[in-house]
Structures are given as structure tokens and as C-alpha cells.
Design a protein around this ligand. Sequence first.
Ligand code: HEC
Length: 131
Amino acid sequence: MGKRHGTRRPLGIAFAASLAAAALVGGCDRSPKGIPVPGGDPDRGKVAIADYGCGACHVIPGVRGAHGMVGPPLTQFARRAYIAGEAPNTTRALVQWISSPQSIEPGTAMPNLGISDARARDIAAYLYTLR
Ligand code: HEC
């Protein structure tokens, strides 16, 4: 019985597969940090963050008066692996979180603030400058 299923593929294949997986993981890990958000402008984002009062709930480096402790600090956000522990920290998920956090985590203490997709892109672009 064991013999029938027993012919293992050579190690080389497993090795190649793990290399490919490592390359994929590396790619995902890099994308939020270096690559700018398409259509997003970090300078506009910084202004929008102040306008929407994100700083009432978050510590946000570089934004005046952003010392809130209701939510987690957004310090070094570009290095964060997950958004609110719910979604992997990708550009797409971050834009969605900013415009509609309740759609990712219903009942979260972060309210939907009615932010447009374009404005959310600007804000995401700013958050990804925080390393
Ligand atoms: C009323 C308070 C409040 C406001 C206003 C608010 N947030 Fe949040 N935010 C939270 C809370 C609470 C969490 C944690 C949610 C969770 O983990 O479920 C959070 C989570 C986040 C996260 C994920 C943080 C992490 O560590 O994973 C980001 C990014 C974020 N908020 C960005 C923003 C931005 C940008 C704005 C302004 C447009 C904003 N927030 C406004 C309360 C707020």
C-alpha cells in the first residue's frame, strides 16, 4: 500500500516550489512600502487626514494635533502586516478600510466617514509614507 503512493518526487521540485513561494511573499511584502498608491497624492492625503479629524482617534506622525488614543497609532503604518488585524495590508484593502471600515470589520469602533475613493487613495498614499 505504502509502495503505491510511495514514489516521492525529487527534492528539487519542492525546493523550486519553495523558492517561488518565497519570491511571491517577498513581492507582496514590498508592494505596500515602496510603490505609490495609483492616483493617490500623499500631500493631499495629509491635508485630508487633518480635515477628517483622523487625529482625534489616532497618533499620526507628521499631522499636527494627531494624538488620539481611541484607535491604534498609525506610526510606521507602511510596515504593518495587517489592517486592524483583519485584512492584509495592501493598497486596495487600505483604500477600502479608509472609505468604509465597517465593510471590512462590521462593528469596528472606527466609523465610516463618507470618504470618497479618490480621497481615500490620497490618505492611503500618505499612510504609506510612514515607515
Ligand atoms: C472615532 C475614532 C476614529 C476615527 C475618527 C478614525 N479612526 Fe481609524 N481606527 C479607529 C479604531 C478604533 C481602529 C481599530 C479598529 C479595529 O481594530 O477594529 C482604527 C483603525 C484604523 C486603521 C488600521 C490600524 C491598524 O493598526 O491596523 C487605519 C489605517 C485607520 N484606522 C485609519 C484612519 C483614518 C485615515 C482616519 C481618518 C479618515 C481614521 N482612521 C479615523 C478609530 C477611528
